[in-house]
Design a protein around this ligand. Structure first.
Ligand SMILES: Cc1cc2nc3c(=O)[nH]c(=O)nc-3n(C[C@H](O)[C@H](O)[C@H](O)COP(=O)(O)O)c2cc1C
Length: 306
C-alpha cells in the first residue's frame, strides 16, 4: 500500500526525552513508508540545562504570560505540503514552554498552520491541563485543526516526581538514587507510545480525523487526573498574579526581579509540599458532590474541547 504521507515534526527538548517519545511514536510510520521531517525549535539564546535555581525561576513570568523569546528562523519550505503536523512540547510553569509558545505565536508559524491537521505530543511531569488551554488558543488563532493530543507523564506520586524533577532539572541527575526513583517519563511508556502509530496511519489513509483522539484515549495515550486538575487550576490562577508581580520589576532575566522570584520560589515550595496535599485530600472528600461536573471537564480535556 502506498503510504507516502509527509509528516512535519516541530519540537523543543532540553533533555532529549521529547525527541525519544516522538521517535518511538513515528519510527513505525517511517517504516511503513511515510516521510518524517524533524524540525527543532531553537531559541537564539539557549535556555540552560541543567538549570541553576536563578535561571529556572527567571523563566517563570515569561512562561506563564506567554511572552515570546527570539527563535532561530524555522524553514517551512519543504513541509508546506505536509499531511500532518506534529508539535512536540512540554509545560513550563503550567504553560507551554517559552520556546514552544514563541514558535506558536510567530507570524510565520501562524501562517503555516492555517488549515493544517495538527497532533500534539506532550512530555510532562504530570501537570498539563492549563498548558492544553493555551495550546487551544494558539491553534484557534492560527486556524489549525487540532486533531489529537498524546501526553506522557511521570507516573510516580506527585510529591515524588516534584523531588525527582528538581534533581533532574537543577542537578542534572535523572537516574534513580538511594531514596528516589528515576525522573521523567518511564522508558516503558516511551516504548509503548509506538502502539498509537497504526492509529495515525489509519487516520491519514482514511482521512478520518474526527476519531483519532478517541482512539488515542483508548490506547492510554493521555490520562486525566481529577485531583491534579483541581490543584493545577488554582495554581495557574495564582501563577498569573505572581508573574505580573515579578514582571513589574523588569523584563526577562533582569536581576532586579531576583528578590520577587525568590519569594515566589518559597511560595511554590509551600504550595507543593503543604497546601496541595491538604487541598487534594479535601477535594478527594468532595469528589462525590462534583462527580458530574468533573466528568464533563475530563471529557473536555481528553477529547479536545468536544
Ligand atoms: C522551567 C521548567 C518548568 C517546568 N514546569 C512544569 C510544569 O508546570 N508541569 C509539568 O508537568 N512539568 C514541568 N516541567 C517539566 C517539563 O515539562 C519536562 O517534562 C521536562 O523538563 C523534560 O524536558 P524536555 O521535554 O525539555 O526534554 C518544567 C520544566 C522546566 C524546565
Amino acid at each position: 500500500m502506498d503510504n507516502n504521507y509527509k509528516i512535519a515534526v516541530f519540537y523543543y527538548t532540553q533533555t532529549g526525552q521529547l525527541l525519544n517519545i516522538l521517535r518511538s511514536l513515528l519510527n513505525p510510520l517511517e517504516k511503513e513508508g511515510c516521510t518524517i521531517i524533524y524540525k527543532s525549535i531553537e531559541p537564539v539564546t539557549p535556555f540552560p540545562f541543567p538549570w541553576n535555581s536563578e535561571a529556572f525561576y527567571q523563566a517563570f513570568p515569561e512562561s506563564r504570560q506567554g511572552i515570546p523569546c527570539e527563535l532561530k528562523t524555522v524553514d517551512f519550505s519543504d513541509v508546506y505540503d505536509a499531511d500532518l503536523v506534529v508539535v512536540g512540547l512540554q509545560p513550563w510553569f503550567l504553560s507551554p514552554s517559552i520556546p514552544v509558545s514563541s514558535f506558536l505565536q510567530h507570524p510565520a508559524t501562524i501562517d503555516y498552520l492555517n488549515g493544517k491537521m495538527v497532533l500534539t505530543v506532550v512530555g510532562t511531569r504530570n501537570m498539563w491541563i492549563s498548558c492544553h488551554d493555551s495550546l487551544n488558543k494558539y491553534f484557534m488563532r492560527a486556524n489549525a485543526n487540532w486533531i489529537g493530543n498524546i501526553t506522557l507523564e511521570d507516573r510516580h506520586k506527585n510529591l515524588v516526581s516534584v523531588l525527582t524533577i528538581f534533581r533532574w532539572l537543577i542537578d542534572g541527575v535523572k537516574e534513580k538514587t538511594r531514596y528516589l526513583p528515576e525522573a521523567g517519563v518511564s522508558q516503558e511508556d516511551i516504548d509503548n507510545v509506538s502502539n498509537i502509530a497504526p492509529e495515525i496511519l489509519k487516520t491519514l489513509r482514511e482521512k478520518d480525523y474526527n476519531t483519532l483522539q478517541q482512539r488515542i484515549v483508548e490506547k492510554g495515550g493521555v490520562v486525566f487526573h481529577y485531583s491534579l486538575y483541581q490543584v493545577e487550576k488554582v495554581g495557574h490562577k495564582m501563577f498569573g498574579f505572581w508573574s505580573k508581580f515579578v514582571l513589574k520589576k523588569g523584563e526577562a532575566n533582569d536581576p532586579s526581579r531576583s528578590w520577587r522570584l525568590k519569594l515566589f520560589s518559597w511560595y511554590l515550595m509551600f504550595v507543593l509540599f503543604v497546601i496541595s496535599p491538604i487541598g487534594s485530600l479535601v477535594l478527594w472528600l468532595l469528589f462525590p458532590l462534583r462527580r458530574k461536573s468533573l466528568s464533563q471537564i475530563r471529557k473536555k480535556y481528553l477529547y479536545l474541547y468536544d
